[in-house]
Design a protein. Structure first.
Length: 489
């Protein structure tokens, strides 16, 4: 990778619309603007519109008005709009990756991988738009017919997080468009620029006015609360913390909204004694360090068979210790900054708590001096059961390693959490693999691989990691309502 220059960065930032997008028009926010910070330098990149409650209501009004026509829009053309947007994103992946790195911090190489991954949701759902079907059957007594049909659920509110600025949007926007739903999108305050560019790309791809409306705001609760309370809204899709998800569910219960909740995680990474240790370490690096560890799917705790736990921890420490830390635009950087000071303080606290309780630091364990929110990649061994790092979602480059003595002990430790999003298992024993996978209380499992996300697969969790699925054939069902018609003959 060559060094990215300041003029290149400025050129990319100049392409981004910074206003609200309501009813097919770009407009200023009623409350002024909010700064978007580069987490590697703490400098303001640009300022974007700050929406008021009135702006949010105008966005929902536009979605309501566009709803009937969009629901009747030919499925093939809905799919073609998504396909044109996919093509545009792939064509512009370099500049979009740079934009993502500037606002979120991850290395450009990782940002480009997300751009391609996120775009694939648009291609996948472009193909699903024409596969919305129903059922025709004879009643058991033969005297009538059963007819079922699937229709758009209606206006949606889509709330996306800061950690995957494109993919968290495309896997909500894609199925909503394919199903014939209109929407209001609220991206995270920290990383709105990529979503603004996606909106612009969809506009250029021919998405009709009012189908997608985007608001950026300094107060999420102030702007989204009135929308959730509006009886015209029919669905809420949220990706974020379990704590916030519960509050949104309470609000949504008043109008019995359809919900999709992709919430917190605490992913166990289990390594049995028969595993290929080098492959397990490589998978651990991917599962832990992807997105600087700021992912709900990130491996949060490493349960390793005692006979190999020491060797595994040393190998992992060697690999993480060799990773170059720096601004994501710099050559060969593998680890960027955390998103903000609060997140770095949380990571530092979890490490300090573990060390105070007896854990050993094999590598890292410190914040870095300087302007950005950098924290060294860290491996902890001999982590005690009462350490907070085993219970809390870390969302940072810290890997706690803990040994186990039996298969049952490993499974019990893995399931000892309120969360259930994803787990990772490394073993060469097929029978053991099936036993363990069936007993893990998670919505997804990575078997001998450190990544599970795929647009063709249903992404989602159980327990307090939420419900609903994004991606796969199941993803579009979240945006469809089933209607049954009893036919008399």
């Amino acid at each position: 990778m060559t060094t990215i220059t300041a003029p290149e960065e400025q050129h990319v930032l100049e392409q981004v619309p910074t206003q609200l997008y309501i009813g097919g028009e770009w407009r200023d926010g009623s409350k002024g603007t909010i700064p978007v910070e580069d987490p590697a330098t703490r400098e303001t990149l640009v300022e974007v519109a700050d929406a008021s409650v009135a702006d949010a209501k105008a966005a929902l009004d536009a979605a309501i008005e566009a709803g009937p026509a969009w629901a009747q829009h030919p499925p093939r053309e809905r799919g073609e709009i998504l396909r044109r947007a996919f093509d545009a994103i792939i064509e512009r992946q370099d500049e979009l990756a740079l934009l993502m790195t500037l606002e979120m911090g991850k290395p450009v190489k990782e940002s480009k991988a997300e751009i391609v991954y996120g775009a694939e949701f648009l291609r996948w759902f472009s193909e699903q738009a024409v596969r919305i079907d129903g059922r025709y059957a004879t009643t058991p007594n033969g005297q009538g017919r059963l007819l079922t049909m699937k229709q758009p659920v209606g206006p949606c509110l889509l709330i996306t997080p800061w950690n995957f600025p494109l993919a968290m949007g495309t896997r909500k926007v894609g199925p909503a468009i394919a199903a014939g739903c209109t929407m209001v999108v609220k991206p995270a305050q920290q990383t709105p620029l990529t979503m603004l560019m996606l909106t612009k790309i969809l506009e250029e791809a021919g998405l009709p006015k009012g189908v997608l409306n985007l608001i950026t705001a300094s107060s999420a609760s102030e702007t989204t609360g009135p929308l959730i309370a509006d009886p015209r809204l029919r669905k809420l899709s949220f990706t974020g913390s379990t704590e916030v998800g519960k509050k949104l569910m309470e609000q949504a219960s008043q109008n019995l909204l359809r919900l999709s909740m992709e919430l917190g995680g605490n992913a166990p990474f289990i390594v049995f004694e028969d595993a290929d240790l080098d492959e397990a370490v490589q998978g651990a690096v991917i599962a832990k360090m992807r997105n600087i560890g700021e992912a709900c799917t990130a491996a949060n705790r490493f349960h390793v068979a005692e006979s190999v736990s020491g060797e595994f921890a040393e190998k992992l420490a060697e690999r993480l210790g060799s990773m170059k830390v720096g601004r994501g635009t710099e050559p060969d950087v593998e680890v960027g900054p955390l998103i903000d000071g609060n997140q770095r303080e949380k990571v530092a606290h979890l490490v300090e708590d573990a060390v105070d309780r007896g854990a050993r630091v094999l590598v890292g364990g410190h914040s870095r001096d300087g302007a950005g929110y950098f924290y060294d990649p860290t491996v902890l061994s001999d982590v005690p059961d009462d350490a907070e790092v085993l219970r809390e979602e870390i969302f940072g480059p810290v890997a706690p390693v803990k040994g186990f003595r039996s298969e049952d002990e490993a499974i019990a430790a893995a399931n000892n959490t309120e969360f259930g999003l994803v787990a990772y298992v490394y073993t060469r024993d097929v029978k053991r693999a099936l036993r363990v996978v069936e007993r893990l209380q998670t919505g997804m499992v990575g078997l001998n691989q450190g990544i599970v996300s795929n647009p063709a697969a249903p992404f989602g969790g159980v327990k307090q990691s939420g419900f609903g699925r994004e991606g796969g054939p199941e993803g579009i069902e979240e945006y469809l309502a089933l209607k049954y018609v009893a036919v008399s003959l």
